[in-house]
Design a protein around this ligand. Structure first.
Ligand code: ADP
Ligand code: ASP
Ligand code: MG
Length: 458
């Protein structure tokens, strides 16, 4: 059994859906379970509709929902028009879902307030529609398929960033998916969405369909999780920024997770975790270039000695919190007191550097900074630097060859930086710089490490 996940651009229009259906058809013998994202851009539109509602702009809401309706109608007309019943069925679903969204959004327009719960209900519509459309597109091509319209991924109630309950999800997946697969019917489900134990719709965070695919893969014990996207695999850098970036043919779970966490959007940061637990290989493949072998992500990764640095990624919108206190000198328990505050406010930290009297950490900008500063003040002097980025060089035994570090520091010459961090695992060397310098840093480091041979590493 394999899980095949298609991202938004891979199902962006009728031709792309048809192409994706052909990819599934070729892999029928592998007993696929299909996970799809919303059509490209639809989640953004739905979020825009919630923003318009919050601003009390009902005209804006209606305009956006009409656009979403037309977009799906057009794709459906081209894909399933030959079979009237599929088309009718889809249109009924489309109108019902959008009517339900409109009711919620009208309420928000009146209240000028939106709860995370209501927002999730609206943004989940994109995947609810694309999965039905995809299943119908398979059926009219005589592929036995069924849209799974109940949410299989049970989650907590952290709306907008929900966490799966793997045990409950495993039961749901076994009950619903396995009987279909046994009957040679290909299940198609929407990614990104879950539901709480009491039935409220949740979402797993932006880009979360990758994570859904991995959760489902782990739940059914799949042999492989395939993430089909719009690039040839995980690359040495984001190809949008570095057109000459190269595909990485093999990489380990830890390296891939690190890259995803530090900004390689090609995978949602949490995707790797469910796969690791069961050692399920994850393959990143290109729907626009089916012939390409993609990237294979496994426990071992690339075991060649030459592996060294693998890629450079950048995470933007970072805040550095610098805490100083003389009480730190020779004292113990100081860091524990500081970090207890981070824990209590549920603020997660990416990088840490310390000296005898100070500690600096990076946090995501989305956290409530003012509250954090107020709580830290009695314990330490706090200095904050916003609009920063983390440039992360990820690989294996990064510092075994001292030339790697030398090249990185040389590449950064003239670019102001505020933190460096390298763990003993040699997995990640991170540099904090101004957000405005992010592209410049990535270009310089990519050129130094991947566009010229790296000393003894090559
Ligand atoms: P999907 O809609 O298929 O989920 P995404 O847009 O979420 O696709 O992810 C694919 C994009 O990730 C690529 O188009 C690319 O610009 C970006 N990306 C960022 N870093 C990397 C990287 N290291 N390797 C490959 N792609 C990357
Ligand atoms: N449609 C969702 C988003 O745009 C999930 C995904 O595409 O993975 O964030
Ligand atoms: Mg994505």
């Amino acid at each position: 059994m394999i899980v095949i996940k298609f991202g938004g651009t891979s199902v962006g229009d009728a031709d792309r859906v048809a192409n994706a259906v052909a990819i599934v058809a070729k892999r029928q013998h592998l007993r696929p379970i299909v996970v799809v994202s919303a059509l490209a851009g639809v989640t953004n539109e739905l979020i825009a509709a919630t923003e318009a509602a919050k601003a009390g702009n009902l005209g804006g809401v209606n305009k956006i929902l009409d656009g979403v309706l037309m977009r799906h109608e057009n794709v459906a007309t081209r894909l399933v028009q030959q079979k009237f019943d599929f088309y009718e069925n889809f249109l009924t679903k489309l109108h019902n879902e959008l009517a339900a969204a409109k009711t919620i959004l009208q309420g928000i327009c009146l209240l000028r307030e939106i709860t995370p719960r209501a927002k999730d209900k609206v943004v989940a519509i994109g995947e609810k529609l694309s999965s039905v459309l995809f299943a119908h597109s398979m059926m009219i091509r005589a592929l036995a398929s069924e849209a799974v319209e109940c949410e299989l991924i049970e989650t907590d109630d952290r709306f907008g960033d929900a966490n799966p309950n793997m045990e409950a999800t495993r039961r749901n997946a076994h009950d619903v998916l396995l009987p279909l697969v046994e009957r040679h019917v290909i299940p198609v489900m929407g990614g990104f969405i879950g539901r709480t134990e009491d039935g409220a719709t949740t979402t797993l965070g932006r880009g979360g369909s990758d994570y859904s695919a991995a959760i489902i893969g782990a739940a059914v014990g799949a042999d492989e999780i395939q993430i089909w996207t719009d690039v040839d695999g995980m690359m040495t850098a984001d190809p949008r920024l570095i057109p000459g970036a190269r595909v990485i043919d093999r990489i380990s779970y830890v390296e891939a997770a690190e890259l995803a966490w530090f900004g390689a959007k090609v995978l949602h940061p949490k995707t790797i975790a469910p796969a690791v637990a069961q050692r399920i290989p994850v393959r990143v493949l290109n729907t626009h270039n089916v012939a390409s072998a993609g990237t294979l992500i496994t426990q071992e990764g690339d075991t060649r000695d030459s592996a060294g640095p693998r890629a450079v990624a950048v995470k933007r919108g970072i805040t550095v919190v610098h805490m100083t206190s003389n009480k730190m000198l020779g004292a113990h328990g100081f860091l524990a007191r500081l970090f207890a505050i981070f824990e209590e406010l549920e603020v997660s930290v990416d990088l840490i550097t310390t000296s005898e009297v100070s500690v600096s950490v990076t946090i995501d900008e989305k956290h409530n900074l003012q509250q954090l500063i107020e709580r830290l003040k009695p314990v330490a002097d706090v200095e904050v630097r916003e609009n920063q980025c983390i440039v992360a060089i990820v690989g294996r035994n990064l510092m075994r060859d001292s030339m790697v570090g030398a090249k990185i520091f040389e590449a950064m010459r003239g670019i102001p930086t505020s933190m460096f961090s390298l763990g003993t695992s040699g997995l990640n060397l991170s540099i904090v710089a101004d957000d405005a310098d992010a592209d410049r840093c990535v270009r310089a480091i990519h050129a130094a490490l991947f566009e010229a041979p790296v000393g003894a590493v090559s």
